[in-house]
Design a protein around this ligand. Structure first.
Ligand code: XMP
Length: 513
């Protein structure tokens, strides 16, 4: 079993970021609900425990509290922000409402540089604070090791028991050297090695998949997106021809998408690929439909129907593989909310029907997105797939405003191919979240040569984002915009005008429908 750090989640918006920081130190981390029994935690043999921050106050009526047995396991504990209050609550300290809420950048002065958390770090550090309550009396056995302008107990330690408390957030980018604080904790204090790498994970995952699947057959719906592609490559490495991938052409794919998938997976990887050409069926059902939610529902339902029929044709399989990621399986603590969950339920229409009785194989379910990309590279997938921008399940249908017809699909596909090509040439494609074309249902007048034209408009969208929840429009250089507009208008039949979308999210959404 991997060495691991257990993170108890008290509802902080940064819990997953802490988990990622630990893994960036090449140490495995697991997020558990704050009230997980100490015996369950002990069974995992963690090398250390981190108490996440959280929006509560320990004095609140329903304050989330851990099993106090975690302090008796003999493993190091690091409390972040609210985690410090938990030490105080259980080990005899005092927390009071701060006169001033400490929020934003601050300077931490390390008073005792022999504290292991600050090894090889300067005496002054820029840190990010976000707390209302503050420690006014430190718990028994602890000493103050660092202070900020507002708090003389910004970092505390009980050296003998290896307990540490930090009032600031080392996991956020606004604490520029925070990664080193975590590295000091996991390597220096918890004495973890650097075993968690995607190279090691391949071996481990291959063994686990083989143990789970045995000689049975597995089916995977391959979309060409990062997650299903990496899952396919990993499963293929583990079980070869026992895997069949099903790729559905829904008629609203981008240019060359079906070809690329067939080339990469069929010809290069020699994966058994069942290609379902269903464009006509999808497009016939979308005929006359203009409402965005109806488009999504029709595509979702038709996909399930096609996929279900395809699995029957693929022959008897016991398992269905899915590219589920770690953030989808973490049981999130509702305090503080998890807005990501809302977006998922909004976008994912349906799910597979109950009568499809498969056991699930989810070989990515303990990985974060950045780890999945690394794993993809490790498995030899091309950069074009591993670093693909997100693409919505309902495809071009939600980028064609108004009715989706074969000729409109063709127009948008051609315009989009130019956007992708130019963005890749400029190097920006891999730096930003998404860049694409949208086909507007309005036509306007233009002149081309001596002729008057009356054609459609293409909107260019380019956004930067961390997770799709919020986004800023990208200030594309004028020469790129000029090139895009001129190529789209000259090369795409049916378009005579280009506009650039300068809406951020909120209030706009990234897609237009
Ligand atoms: P919005 O448009 O809601 O998009 O700002 C946020 C992110 O989600 C993607 N998106 C979808 N993904 N099915 C999906 O699988 C959908 O129906 C869908 N709609 C939007 C969008 O591309 C962006 O990355």
């Amino acid at each position: 079993m991997n060495e691991q750090i257990v993170i108890l989640d008290f509802g902080s918006q940064y819990t997953q970021v802490i988990a990622r920081r630990i893994r960036e130190c090449n140490v495995y981390s697991t997020i558990l609900h704050f009230n997980t029994p100490a015996a369950t935690i002990a069974a995992l043999k963690p090398s250390g425990i981190i108490l996440s921050g959280g929006p509560s106050s320990v004095y609140a009526k329903h304050a989330p509290l851990p099993d106090k047995g975690i302090f008796e396991l003999g493993v190091p504990v690091l409390g972040i922000c609210y985690g410090v209050q938990i030490f105080a609550h259980f080990l005899g300290g005092k927390v009071e409402k701060g006169l001033k809420r400490e929020y934003g950048k601050g300077t931490l002065t390390v008073k005792n540089p022999s504290c292991a958390l600050f090894a090889k770090l300067p005496k002054e550090l820029q840190v990010w604070n976000s707390h209302g309550d503050k420690l006014t009396k430190i718990p028994k056995g602890f000493k103050a090791v660092a202070a900020t302008e507002n708090s003389e107990f910004a970092a505390i330690e009980n050296r003998a028991r290896k307990f540490f408390g930090l009032q600031f957030h080392p996991e956020v980018v606004h604490t520029p050297r925070g990664r080193e604080v975590y590295a000091n904790f996991v390597h220096g204090v918890c004495e973890c090695g650097r075993n968690w790498t995607m190279r090691n994970y391949v071996e481990q995952a291959v063994e686990e998949i083989r143990a789970q699947v045995g000689t049975e057959r597995v089916i995977l719906g391959l979309s060409g997106g990062v997650d299903s592609s990496v899952a396919a490559a990993l499963l293929h490495k583990a079980i070869g021809d026992q895997l069949t991938c099903i790729f559905v052409n829904n008629g609203v794919l981008r240019a060359r998408e079906a070809e690329v998938v067939q080339e990469v997976f069929g010809r290069n990887f020699k994966i058994k690929l069942q290609y379902e050409e269903s464009s006509k069926l999808f497009l016939s059902r979308l005929k006359g439909v203009t409402d965005p939610e109806r488009k999504r529902k029709i595509i979702g339902r038709t996909f399930i129907e096609v996929f279900q029929a395809a699995t029957k044709r693929a022959g008897k399989a016991k398992f269905l593989a899915q590219g589920t990621l770690y953030p989808d399986v973490i049981e999130s603590v509702p305090i503080g909310g998890n807005p990501a969950a809302l977006i998922k339920s909004h976008h994912n229409v349906g799910g597979l029907p109950k009568n499809m009785k498969f056991a699930l194989v989810e070989p990515l379910k303990c990985l974060f997105k950045d780890e999945v990309r690394q794993l993809g590279l490790e498995l030899g997938l091309p950069k074009e797939i591993v670093w693909r921008q997100p693409f919505p399940g309902p495809g071009l249908a939600v980028r064609i405003l108004g009715e989706v017809t074969p000729s409109r699909c063709e127009i948008l596909r051609n315009a989009d191919a130019i956007v992708v090509e130019e963005m890749k040439l400029s190097g920006l494609y891999y730096k930003i979240w998404q860049s694409f074309a949208v086909l507007l249902p309005v036509r306007s007048v233009g002149v081309m040569g001596d002729e008057r034209t009356y054609e459609y408009t293409i909107a260019i969208r380019a956004v930067e984002s961390q997770d799709g929840m919020t986004a800023d429009w990208v200030k594309l250089p004028y020469d790129i915009l000029e090139k895009l507009a001129s190529r789209i208008i000259n090369e795409v039949k049916g378009v005579n005008r280009c506009v650039f979308d300068i809406t951020s999210k909120p209030p706009g959404t990234i897609e237009w429908e």
